[in-house]
Write a protein that binds this ligand. Structure first.
Ligand SMILES: Cc1cc2nc3c(=O)[nH]c(=O)nc-3n(C[C@H](O)[C@H](O)[C@H](O)COP(=O)(O)O)c2cc1C
Length: 336
């Protein structure tokens, strides 16, 4: 087992264990993908990335982080997304999409923003509306509809965004969820929205296709989510997910001490505690470190964000620098 070895989960066959994690590009118009997205995501397929996960894509208009984010709340978005998927498939990469609702961290203009409780992220953000039961049901349905569209567009994987202080995470954490109904209070109640979303998604997303859940393993504040709490949350929903993408932070403004692999220990703990595959992420662009995590089975896949953004050909560089045999595309052979 190594970073550049194949990986299989359900019907997803990856040529290596490197993942492009979702990264907002703030380049969409009215939610539509365009040439930028085609070239941008296509470059990682040419660069031999095993799994490309498209950026946080709003399941509702007010679920986008900004007005320049991708949307999947309308059938009209499907065709452009399909083009991206088809191009990447031609070059052997698999493609996922992160389905998201930004909750109180949405900066979209002229829209009401949702949250479990009416608490602002900080002074620069709007005061969100405390969601009523209808709002909650609409969000749940929207994730289901979005999965249907993702399937039509041909995605190999969907990732539910349960991290970084966006809507689902806001419900999960006692810091942002002060509700007194069945969606707040104890851990089971705070996990209810996530569970109902996953159940809805599974009505449409085929059993043999992979569902990833991205989580923040720590809020880095007292009384917030920590590794033990997130493990208990994940136990509540384990039966609905196939892989956990382990990030951290984003719920409240705090400084996090970062270093190579700073979140990898969380990924390892979750993998061991739940016996579920994990994706580790966070400053993992050093080949030796990333390969060590795979070799020692601390995680199953490694996501590299900013490292790939700087160099979409990082995978081929890894192969060349470490004398690993891979199939270079004919267009790149003379460069390697
Ligand atoms: C420009 C940019 C946009 C991002 N957008 C998203 C996003 O849409 N969804 C998400 O879950 N994380 C997002 N992230 C976090 C990354 O997916 C990743 O977890 C983070 O950059 C740490 O990995 P790295 O050190 O390899 O870059 C973003 C990060 C960057 C740099």
């Amino acid at each position: 087992m190594s970073l550049l070895s194949e990986y299989k989960i359900k019907n997803l066959n990856l040529k290596n264990r490197i993942v492009l994690p979702p990264m907002c590009m703030y380049s969409a118009k009215n939610g539509f993908a365009n040439d930028f997205h085609k070239v941008h995501y296509g470059s990682f397929a040419l660069g031999q990335v095993g799994l490309i996960i498209l950026e946080a894509t709003g399941v509702m208009a007010n679920g986008r982080i900004t007005d320049d984010d991708l949307g999947i709340y309308n059938d009209e978005y499907i065709d452009e997304l399909k083009n991206i998927v088809n191009f990447s498939h031609r070059f052997g990469s698999k493609v996922g999409i992160q389905l998201a609702h930004a909750g109180r961290k949405s900066e979209t203009k002229d829209l009401i923003h949702f949250a479990p409780s009416a608490i602002k992220f900080n002074e620069e953000y709007t005061l969100p509306k405390e969601m009523d039961k209808d709002d909650i049901n609409r969000v749940i349905k929207s994730f289901g509809e979005a999965s249907k569209r993702a399937l039509k567009a041909g995605f190999d994987l969907i990732e539910i965004h349960g991290a970084h202080g966006y809507l689902i995470h806001e419900f999960l954490s006692p810091i942002t969820n002060k509700r007194e109904d069945e969606y707040g209070g104890n851990l089971k109640n705070r996990t209810r929205l996530l569970k109902e979303i996953l159940k809805e998604v599974k009505k449409y997303w085929p059993e043999d296709k992979v569902i990833s859940l991205r989580i923040s393993a720590s809020d880095y504040v007292a009384q917030g989510i920590d590794i033990n709490m997130i493990i208990d949350i994940l136990l509540e929903v384990k039966e609905y997910i196939d892989i956990v993408h382990v990030s951290s932070g984003g719920l409240v403004p705090v400084d996090i001490k970062v270093y190579g692999g700073y979140q990898a220990e969380f990924a390892e703990k979750i993998k061991k505690a739940l016996n579920i595959p994990t994706i580790a992420v966070g400053l993992l662009e050093d080949y030796s470190l990333a390969n060590y995590l795979i070799e020692k089975e601390k995680c199953d896949l490694v996501a590299i964000g900013r490292g790939l953004l700087r160099n979409p050909n990082l995978v081929m560089d890894f192969a060349k620098n470490n004398k690993i045999d891979i199939d270079y595309l004919k267009q790149f052979e003379r460069a390697y």
